[in-house]
Design a protein around this ligand. Structure first.
Ligand code: GUN
Ligand code: FE
Length: 454
């Protein structure tokens, strides 16, 4: 019998496909020394009982209590780590004003490493406590503070993908918050990539550098070109914002006479390892370009309600073959929880489908075929995020990382109303999706290591 590092016994929910949930009742999950799920064993399998006999009672055998369930850890595809310091404020003004009045002045403070440490320690711990095991982060323009964020992820055991933000255009960015010049922006990015790759060697779960032009409006053509070349040279991840709002989408059309997607592609910024936030204003040609290049969308439904002037047509873009995951977009989105974003993704899609202006006749009010189910929104937060990053994460399945959250529906301060132990498990799953709060998340594991407990 194999010598497993840990064995877990319990009921797990994972995505079978974008539309279907797989329920594994009382299964054994066998984890190897690399933190990968080596075997999933069903009660009817021949070696189920022998495995139980061999491991039950040992320190590395973990059995869930009644009312507890495994979910895959969440993959947050879009977080501005520095903006955690202003989460929940200043959401009543448009994107352009919000950036210039609140966000750039806040981000400029991350030249101070003590301040950066305070905010970054807290945001990484908070995301872990909310079940987020992998996060794709924007840091700030500061190379040292960006590296500090990667180090904090490494230290706390979160799989962090971190970008030093590039904003080099002196016409578009305030003097108090921008790269010194284009050459420095590219040099800092290259040094940052090398430093994070070095740091990654000492982590089990991995940390990754991300090439990060903030968005086209903040970057010169030379910087965009140079960043595309750096991403190719180091086979690095790329992240940016794309076609987010009427203003941001219109700015790029005015500058390049084409949509964001094609402009980014011209600079070599759409690749299999690219994740673009928002993308609300993509047309079908843009979406096909995303599908052809393997570029993924980070859908940020809470943030979109404030800044995007629209609802992302998730179902339509899925039908074109675009990979889509979910992002909190802290602090454009106020919540650090992907549970909250799962809920909003469903609600927004329903409002898109039905329409919102009751003075219009029903048949002209909405966009038919737009709704997504809670199962599909869960897919976005888990397997969809993993696919977007081309990493073996987001599913509880053999050859995937043991990145999980243990949900306790009997948590005394916030019991979920599951009256009957024989309640249909898909109904239990839905209650978890809609009602879980951080206090239900008892344990979080990343790559076979426990990183949070309460
Ligand atoms: N576009 C450029 N920067 C940002 C940002 O920080 N948040 C959002 N939502 N959109 C952006
Ligand atoms: Fe953003």
């Amino acid at each position: 019998m194999n010598n497993y590092k840990e064995i877990f016994l319990g009921t797990a929910f994972s995505s079978q496909s974008p539309k279907e949930i797989q329920i594994m009742q009382n299964h054994l999950f066998c984890i190897n020394a690399d933190g990968m799920i080596e075997r999933v064993v069903a009660p009817e399998d021949a070696d189920y009982q022998p495995l139980l006999d061999a491991y039950q009672g040992k320190d590395n055998f973990h059995s869930l209590a009644e009312g507890q369930y495994f979910l895959p850890g969440f993959v947050d595809l879009h977080v501005h780590a520095p903006q955690w310091a202003q989460s929940g404020t200043a959401l009543d003004i448009p994107l352009y004003d919000w950036l210039n009045t609140y966000t750039f002045p806040l981000e400029s403070k991350f030249s101070d490493l003590d301040f950066a440490k305070k905010v970054y320690e807290d945001v990484v711990s908070t995301l872990l406590a909310n079940g987020t095991t992998t996060a794709l982060y924007f840091a700030t323009v500061h190379k040292e503070a960006s590296l500090l964020l990667a180090e904090i992820c490494a230290h706390k055991g979160q799989r962090g993908l971190v970008g030093k933000v590039v904003m080099d255009d002196p016409q578009q960015n305030p003097e108090s918050y921008r790269d010194k010049d284009t050459t420095t922006a590219l040099k800092d990015t290259e040094e940052f990539i090398l430093a994070v790759q070095e740091l990654a060697k000492s982590t089990k779960q991995g940390v990754y550098p991300v090439v990060t032009p903030r968005f086209i409006p903040s970057c010169t053509d030379e910087a965009l070109q140079g960043l595309g070349e750096l991403a190719a040279k180091y086979d690095a991840y790329i992240q940016s914002h794309c076609s987010e709002s009427d203003w941001a989408h219109g700015y790029v059309k005015d500058r390049f006479q084409k949509n964001d997607a094609f402009a980014l592609n011209d600079f070599g910024l759409l690749r299999d390892k690219s994740v673009m936030a928002h993308c609300n204003f993509l047309d079908d040609d843009d979406a096909r370009l995303f599908a052809d290049t393997g570029t993924a969308i980070a859908h940020c439904p809470i943030s979109n309600a404030y800044f995007a002037n629209s609802v992302l047509p998730v179902a339509h873009f899925h039908s074109i073959g675009v990979e889509i995951g979910l992002g909190s977009d802290i602090s454009g989105g106020f919540s650090p929880s992907l549970f909250d974003n799962i809920r909003q993704a469903v609600i927004s899609s329903r409002m898109l489908e039905d329409g919102v202006n009751a003075s219009l006749p029903a048949q002209h009010r909405g966009v038919p075929g737009s709704r997504i189910t809670i199962d599909e929104a869960f897919y976005l937060a888990t397997a969809g995020g993993g696919e977007s990053l081309s990493l073996p994460i987001g599913r509880i399945q053999e050859n995937y990382a043991w990145d999980v959250q243990i949900i306790d529906t009997k948590c005394p301060s916030a019991k979920l109303l599951i009256f009957n132990e024989n309640e249909d498990l898909h109904d239990v799953f839905q209650k978890i999706m809609y009602l879980v709060r951080p206090e239900h998340i008892r344990e979080v594991w990343v790559q076979g290591n426990q990183v949070h407990t309460r």
